[in-house]
Design a protein around this ligand. Structure first.
Ligand SMILES: Cc1cc2nc3c(=O)[nH]c(=O)nc-3n(C[C@H](O)[C@H](O)[C@H](O)COP(=O)(O)OP(=O)(O)OC[C@H]3O[C@@H](n4cnc5c(N)ncnc54)[C@H](O)[C@@H]3O)c2cc1C
Length: 398
C-alpha cells in the first residue's frame, strides 16, 4: 500500500496544526509547564486538556460522528498521532475510557449503557480505569478471584485489584469478577461498569521505581454494583474481556510514532554531548549503535504500516498488534538505556540533580520497563505471535 499522504490528509494535518498552535497550554512547547504529577493541580490540568480536545473536536477522532468523533480514516489517525507526538502533547487522563472502554461499549454495550457513559467519556467528565489484574492473576487473567454475589438487583463485590492505572483519579472502573465457579475458568466471569465513588472501594497508590504513583491497588470490600452495570451477559464475560484487550493492544501499536520522535531526540542529545571536545555523534561506537537503533525503529514503523495494510483490507485489527507492541516497547527500553549510557556518570543523576533535560531521559528509562509489561508482557506477545501468526503449537503452560 502507498503510505504517502493525500492532499486531503495534508489539509487535515494543517487543520490540526492550526488548532494545536492556538490551544496547547501556555508555555507547553517551550517546556515551561512543570506541574507536580502527584498534585490535584496536575489532575485538573489533564482534565482541562481533555475538555479542550473535546470542544475542538479532537478528543476521539476515530469515533462515529453521532458520539462526537469525526469518523476519521486510519490514515487520518496516523496524521493525528504524528502531530500529537511532534508537539509532545499532554497525556490523556482518560486514555482507558477513550481508547478501551468506549469502543467496547459501542461494540457490545446496551443502548442504555451507550447513552449513559459514552458522552461523559469523550467530554472527560468521567475518567475510567481498568480492573483486570490481581495479585494472582496477570498474564493469566482468567485466574481472577474477586467475587460478585447476587443480592436482589444488586451485586456485592469483594476482592483486590492491582496495578490499576488512573485508579486514584477514576470515576468508574471496567471491572472483571468471578460470579460462578464452573469447569472451565474462562466461564463464570462477569464484567461490571463499577462506580468508584462508594464506601466499598478503596485505592492505595503503588510507588513505581521512577517515583511516580501512576497505578494503584484497589480494594473492594462489599462494593455494590447493579444489574444495569453489567456489560455483556452474566458468567459470559470472557468475550467482553477480549474485546477490550483488542482495543488496548491496537492503541499501544501507535506508540511507534513516539519511538520515532524519541529517536530524533536521541540524535539531538548525541550532537549536544561532547567527549574529548568532540560531539558524541562523531564517535564511531556511538554511530554504530545509533544506526542499529535507527534501522530497527524504522523496521518497526514499516512493520506497523504492513499490519495496518492488513487491517485496512480485513476491516479489523488482528494478532499482528502483538508484534507492534513487542517491537516498540523493547526498542524504547534500549533507546533510553543508550541515552543514559551516553550521559556517562551524569546518567545516574535524577530529578532536580539531573544535568540534562530535567531528567527526561532518566524518567523515561525507568518508565520503559513497565511498557514491556503493561498491556501484556513481552513473553505473552511472543506466545501470541508464535501461535496465531506463525501457527506454532500452543504454549504448554496453558
Ligand atoms: C505500567 C503498567 C500499567 C498497568 N496498568 C494496568 C491497568 O490499568 N489495569 C490492570 O488490570 N492491569 C494493569 N497492569 C498490569 C499488567 O497487565 C500485568 O502486570 C501484566 O499482565 C503481567 O501480569 P503479572 O504482573 O501478574 O505477571 P505474571 O503474569 O505473573 O508474569 C510474571 C512473569 O512470567 C512470565 N509469564 C507469565 N505467563 C507466561 C507464559 N504463559 N509464557 C511465558 N512467560 C510467561 C511473564 O512474561 C513475566 O515475565 C499494568 C502494568 C504495568 C507495568
Amino acid at each position: 500500500m502507498d503510505f504517502s499522504f493525500t492532499e486531503k490528509e495534508e489539509q487535515f494535518r494543517q487543520e490540526l496544526r492550526t488548532w494545536l498552535a492556538a490551544n496547547l497550554p501556555d508555555g507547553w512547547l517551550q517546556g515551561n509547564v512543570q506541574l507536580d504529577k502527584e498534585s490535584k493541580a496536575y489532575e485538573l490540568f489533564l482534565r482541562d486538556w481533555q475538555k479542550k480536545l473535546y470542544e475542538g473536536g479532537w478528543a476521539a477522532i476515530a469515533w462515529p460522528k453521532e458520539y462526537g468523533g469525526r469518523n476519521a480514516t486510519l490514515m487520518e489517525e496516523i496524521v493525528y498521532q504524528q502531530e500529537m507526538v511532534r508537539v509532545k502533547a499532554p497525556p490523556l487522563i482518560n486514555y482507558v475510557g477513550l481508547h478501551m472502554v468506549a469502543p467496547t461499549l459501542m461494540q457490545i454495550g446496551s443502548q442504555q449503557q451507550k447513552d449513559k457513559y459514552i458522552e461523559k467519556i469523550i467530554t472527560g467528565e468521567e475518567v475510567w480505569c481498568q480492573g483486570y489484574s490481581e495479585p494472582n492473576a496477570g498474564s493469566d487473567v482468567a485466574a481472577i478471584q474477586t467475587t460478585a454475589v447476587k443480592d436482589g438487583d444488586r451485586w456485592i463485590i469483594n476482592g483486590q485489584k492491582v496495578w490499576t492505572s488512573f485508579g486514584h483519579v477514576a470515576d468508574r472502573c471496567f471491572l472483571i469478577t468471578r460470579t460462578s465457579r464452573l469447569e472451565k475458568k474462562h466461564k463464570g466471569i462477569t464484567v461490571f461498569l463499577l462506580d468508584m465513588h462508594q464506601p466499598g472501594v478503596e485505592t492505595r497508590p503503588i510507588v513505581s521505581m521512577d517515583g511516580q504513583k501512576d497505578f494503584n491497588e484497589v480494594y473492594l470490600n462489599d462494593a455494590v454494583a447493579y444489574d444495569a452495570e453489567i456489560i455483556g451477559q452474566v458468567d459470559e464475560g470472557w468475550n467482553v474481556i477480549i474485546a477490550l484487550l483488542m482495543h488496548e493492544r491496537t492503541g499501544i501499536g501507535g506508540q511507534v510514532f513516539t519511538l520515532e520522535q524519541q529517536f530524533h531526540d536521541l540524535v539531538a542529545l548525541a550532537k549536544d554531548l561532547n567527549d574529548d571536545d568532540e560531539p558524541l555523534i562523531k564517535n564511531p561506537f556511538i554511530r554504530k549503535t545509533m544506526v542499529d537503533l535507527y534501522t530497527r525503529s524504522r523496521g518497526s514503523l514499516l512493520n506497523y504500516y504492513r499490519n495496518l495494510t492488513k487491517q485496512l483490507k480485513n476491516g479489523h485489527p488482528g494478532a499482528e498488534s502483538s508484534m507492534d507492541k513487542l517491537l516498540v516497547s523493547e526498542l524504547t527500553k534500549e533507546l533510553f538505556a543508550q541515552a543514559i549510557s551516553m550521559q556517562g556518570h551524569h546518567g545516574i543523576l535524577w530529578k532536580e540533580n539531573a544535568l540534562i533535560d530535567r531528567s527526561y531521559w532518566q524518567d523515561n528509562y525507568l518508565y520503559s520497563f513497565g511498557q514491556t509489561i503493561g498491556g501484556g508482557t513481552s513473553e505473552i506477545q511472543k506466545n501470541t505471535i508464535a501461535e496465531r501468526i506463525l501457527g506454532l503449537p500452543k504454549d504448554m503452560g496453558r
